[in-house]
Design a protein around this ligand. Structure first.
Ligand code: VG1
Ligand code: CO
Length: 542
């Protein structure tokens, strides 16, 4: 039975960098989920009888929201919904399922690397038919709709069993519960040389994969241990938990510190990796070396032809603006286009669809290719393994050779979390107002040569996205970027991205924070970080 329920708008349902993210109790307010889901459906046209894909990272509240989405999709006229068994679909797997099935779109329930649990974070994101995050045009429409919504539609029915694979009926709509791993594993097998990877593990190659009790566990266990023969125990923390075991499922040097320590030890495994809450990010650590995501993007681009799925080479590379320029040097050497986009995967979709780029990456540990329209953690890990299997060198040596060829972009990001929102906005507004006068002046011994508020002109659809980060360039090629996070759920998070290119062979092995000490000091002087936020040091350094 279809039912129409009256509702009143919430004023805070603006999607951020990657969907709507709030604390669980916030989502539990009356009609909060229903309003947002109805606003999504109201913003779309022509989905009558079409297929929707639904899944999430298994965090607290995932199952409840899936039931609501299913009942609302049935009332709104979708013909079929594909749901991952147990409500589970990693973000890249959801992207693939949308594409493979020619679905109209998908709803992904995740707050990614943010913690989960009854008082922690939840999120809802809409992806379009190409499998990628909805572009700003659509998220803006959804937001506008949340401000005027007066009713939503839902069928009255019992909750569906999500735990057994198979078809069920919900009103006039079919719900198919699908194996969340099978299609994705098959896709990986079509891109990488699984025979060479099996031989690698059979030869005693040792790997540690930390799934952080998040969604990648079942995918990594199936692919690495079952299909590639890596020893049992290669995948740690492989069971998705609603609260991720009480940790942040954020694969960085702070939250995956145990893995880092293990990889720096004498008897470290050959290769270490981790993935985030929804499986789209990757952390790569070779024995004795952490590989920054910016370097990883450049290295993968330079070596991707070793994987069978990319043996024809790549058309172009895209990176988010705050990501280091390491990939630019590879693109220049290959004679291919390099695109600089705003933060967030939604900006890569047009370039991938148009065939302008094959590989994309972000400094926040996201890398992906045209195989789906999301970043893909396990894909990056498998590509690394494929390269190691072919080149037969330790990861550390491959990285050091790369620096000798291309130079090293020393890179770090300093995050100031849960800063007072007004103070963070003031810091950005004040710096923005002074940008015009900065070029030609000096700070901490560095001469400023450029300063702007990054605006992106999409070369495919001509859309313009403004205010995507303040960037300041120095005469020696080093750079600092300031941005406020669009995924946080408490206060503001100030992200300061710092970078310097070094090409002298004798200076390639420095400590990153030391190599960037003057750029870090310049950032503080320019923006008054300490004085305005009251913080003496960043909360997270990656
Ligand atoms: C962060 C990262 C960004 C990434 C986004 C979503 O956004 O910086 O690079 O695309 O998270 O990733 P922000 O606005 O907080 O800087 V995920 O893995 O949360 O889907
Ligand atoms: Co993620």
């Amino acid at each position: 039975m279809n039912k129409t329920v009256s509702t009143t708008p919430y004023t805070d349902q603006k999607p951020g960098t990657s969907g709507l993210r709030k604390k669980v109790p916030h989502f539990q307010q009356p009609n909060y989920v229903e309003n947002f889901v109805q606003a999504i459906f109201d913003s779309l046209e022509g989905f009558e009888g079409e297929t929707l894909v639904v899944g999430g990272d298994g965090r607290y509240y995932n199952r409840e929201v899936i039931q609501t989405v299913l009942k609302m999709a049935a009332a709104s006229g979708f013909g079929r919904v594909l749901v991952g068994q147990g409500g589970i679909l990693s973000t890249p797997a959801a992207s693939h399922v949308i594409r493979k099935n020619g679905a109209f779109g998908g709803i992904i329930l995740s707050a990614s690397h943010n913690p989960g649990g009854p008082k922690e974070d939840f999120g809802i994101k809409y992806n379009i038919g190409n499998g990628g995050p909805a572009p700003e045009k659509i998220t803006d429409t959804i937001h506008a709709r949340t401000r005027t919504i007066t009713e939503y539609h839902i069928v009255e029915a019992d909750d569906l069993n999500l735990d057994t694979v198979g078809s069920r009926q919900l009103g006039d709509m079919t719900v198919e519960i699908i194996d969340p791993v099978a299609d994705y594993a098959e896709l990986m097998e079509s891109l990488f040389d699984f025979t060479a990877l099996r031989a690698l593990f059979a030869g005693g190659f040792r790997m540690a994969f930390d799934a952080m009790h998040a969604v990648t566990g079942p995918y990594a266990t199936e692919i690495l241990e079952n299909r590639l023969g890596a020893p049992k125990g290669t995948v740690r923390n492989g069971t998705p938990l609603p609260d991720f075991g009480g940790h942040h499922p954020d694969p960085n040097l702070v939250h995956a510190k145990a893995l880092y320590d293990e990889m720096m030890a004498e008897d470290a495994p050959d290769f270490g990796a981790a993935s985030d809450g929804d499986g789209d990010r990757n952390l790569i650590i070779g024995r004795g070396i952490f590989i920054t995501p910016s370097d990883s993007l450049a290295l993968l681009a330079a070596n991707i032809h070793h994987a069978p799925g990319y043996s024809g080479g790549i058309s172009g590379i895209a990176r988010s603006m705050p990501t280091s320029g390491a990939a630019d040097r590879v693109a220049a050497a290959l004679g291919i286009e390099l695109f600089e986009t705003p933060t967030g995967w939604k900006f890569f979709g047009n370039l991938l669809d148009a065939g302008r780029v094959t590989i994309c990456g972000e400094e926040s540990a996201g890398t992906g290719s045209n195989h789906v329209r999301e970043k893909d953690g396990l894909w990056a890990v498998l590509l690394w393994l494929n390269i190691l299997a072919v080149r037969k060198l330790p990861a550390k040596e491959i990285v050091e050779q790369h620096w000798i060829t291309y130079g090293r972009n020393y890179y770090t990001r300093h995050d100031y979390e849960a800063v007072d929102t007004a103070a963070a906005n003031d810091l950005m507004d004040d710096l923005r107002s002074r940008l015009g006068g900065l070029p030609g002046t000096s700070v901490e011994g560095l001469t400023i040569t450029s300063a702007d508020d990054f605006a992106y002109h999409d070369p495919v659809d001509g859309s313009v996205s403004e205010h995507q980060g303040l960037r300041i360039g120095f005469s020696d090629g080093s750079r600092v970027v300031f941005r406020l996070s669009g995924t946080g759920t408490s206060g503001a998070t100030l992200r300061v991205y710092l970078e310097r290119l070094v090409t002298q062979p004798s200076r390639l092995g420095l400590d990153t924070q030391q190599a960037l000490a003057d750029v870090i000091a310049a950032a503080d002087t320019l923006a008054g970080i300490r004085s305005r936020t009251g913080r003496v040091a960043p909360d997270v350094v990656t």
